[in-house]
Design a protein. Structure first.
Length: 160
């Protein structure tokens, strides 16, 4: 994955579900959410001429970063999941998928990029409420419809 071009691509259309300047969030070693406004960080040696993508790459050398690729809203009883992203969609999910991934609030889905690499994993995080306990939760890789749909959406956004 070309991380620089991927973040540039995602920022180009993400304003229908998140502010482009808040699309990336630092994820601490324990998977808890850190700072989410890369434009306002100053401890990574930024210059005034750095673009958002340049700043992102400097932070990525030292931190794990989560990139939001869309928002999820789970609907109980009928086990549906509304997906707001590049294209909006509603999918039916199994009870097991619902139990493993459901959150009472809207949550963001995306990719966690490991520091100083281009390796990533798909997961979800509660950025909407910025709770103290907000943390990245990996979505278990499987043949399920839920994982496949998220993987499909994310694959369209990633620039190789």
């Amino acid at each position: 994955m070309d991380v620089y071009e991927t973040i540039k691509n995602i920022r180009s259309f993400c304003d229908n579900y998140i502010d482009p300047d808040l699309v990336a969030t630092i994820i601490e070693k324990n998977n808890f959410m850190g700072k989410n406004n890369i434009a306002e960080l100053d401890e990574y040696g930024f210059s005034d001429d750095d673009t958002y993508e340049d700043r992102f790459m400097k932070v990525l050398k030292k931190e794990n970063l989560f990139i939001s690729c869309g928002m999820l809203n789970f609907i109980p009883i009928i086990n549906e999941c509304d997906i707001f992203s590049l294209n909006d969609d509603t999918i039916q999910i199994t009870q097991e998928e619902f139990d493993e991934n459901c959150d009472e609030q809207e949550v963001f889905f995306g990719i966690l990029i490991e520091k100083d690499s281009s390796e990533y994993q798909i997961g979800i995080i509660d950025l909407c409420n910025c709770k103290v306990g907000s943390s990245f939760r990996p979505v278990k890789k499987s043949d399920s419809g839920f994982y496949k749909k998220l993987d499909e959406i994310i694959s369209e956004m990633i620039i190789s």
